[in-house]
Ligand binder design. Structure first.
Ligand code: ZN
Length: 318
């Protein structure tokens, strides 16, 4: 399986969206058909929560006519087979009015468990945009307010002499499954839930290649020197604005020395990992994450084992 196929299997990735720039401009000016037959318009709060119905499906504009927002608050995500996908951003003053016995706001991590895969991906895409808009209301160069353009894909400074454009930002982060002689390196941060362990990860810094960042993060966190790494796949991770870039890597030696970032780190063979998970001694990352996917593939492909022994399986893993 190549990296394109691996990425398409990652949660929130592989959306079959047409992100045409000209369409976004029309959408930004409100020149699009919101007829329910041609559009999927769902609601997202400024906090990044998704409005769900009692059946855990998306509440859409077609089913809540009283909920309308102006073009400034419409995020034009794209089209799928001619169907418009729009996220309607509800500010804090409107947020509480949306809550009824039939609908409620749900954090994306939870909403993603129940939504169809594509809809969870749209929601993740919208969450990343909402986060960016929330933090770019003013120009970083002159301090004047900025305004939204192109259906939510650009902001421009309202000071004519400046008029600086800003585009949605992502924070690239590497996440790496480090292996040494058939054992995988897992660590845990002090702030995580009890017994949670994961592969290592960290943000890419200016002036670094992905490989530089990977070598630095693994060394800083665990004292392990990486001698070789390969790209695995990537995943949008809007918590709040990351693009996760997954790798596998080989360590030179297995001596560990962890400092402030990790509370504990250890090497696990496939058997040791299965036993630790099944005994409840450790908990692996949530199934939506690339961390879980890296572990699943390692367990299945490198160790020849059924990954359901360590991670839950289901449709979303297909
Ligand atoms: Zn400015």
């Amino acid at each position: 399986m190549g990296s394109e196929q691996r990425s398409a299997r990652n949660f929130f990735a592989g959306l079959a969206l047409d992100r045409s720039a000209s369409w976004r401009r029309h959408a930004g000016r409100g020149e699009i058909d919101l007829d329910p037959g041609h559009a999927l318009c769902f609601f997202i709060s400024e906090r990044g929560e998704i409005l769900l119905a009692q059946d855990h499906g998306l509440v859409t504009a077609a089913s809540t006519e009283e909920l309308t927002v102006d073009a400034e608050r419409r995020l034009a995500l794209g089209t799928v087979e001619g169907r418009v996908i729009l996220a309607l951003v509800v500010d804090d003053s409107g947020r509480d009015r949306c809550i009824t016995e039939q609908r409620h706001w749900v954090d994306l991590r939870l909403a993603a468990q129940s939504l169809p895969v594509a809809e969870a991906g749209y929601a993740a895409y919208a969450r990343a945009l909402v986060h960016w808009h929330q933090r770019h209301r003013y120009c970083g160069r002159c301090g004047a307010p900025t305004r939204i353009e192109d259906g939510g894909h650009r902001r421009r400074c309202t000071q004519d002499a400046c008029a600086m454009e800003q585009f949605p930002r992502l924070d690239p982060a590497i996440i790496v499954l480090v292996e040494h002689q058939g054992r995988v390196l897992l660590g845990r941060q002090p702030s995580w839930p009890p017994r949670r362990y994961s592969v290592l990860a960290g943000f890419v810094e200016p002036g670094e290649s992905l490989e530089d960042a990977l070598r630095r993060e693994v060394l800083e966190e665990s004292g392990v020197q990486v001698v070789e790494c390969d790209y695995h796949s990537s995943q949008p991770w809007p918590f709040p604005a990351s693009l996760m870039l997954g790798f596998t890597a080989r360590a030179e030696a297995d001596a560990l020395s962890y400092g402030d970032e990790l509370e504990h780190a250890a090497w696990f063979s496939a058997d040791e990992l299965r036993d630790a998970v099944q005994a409840g001694a450790i908990r692996l990352p949530p199934p939506l994450s690339l961390s879980a996917r890296l572990l699943e593939d390692w367990y299945r492909e490198r160790c020849g084992r059924d990954s359901a022994e360590i991670l839950p399986s289901g449709d979303r893993w297909g």
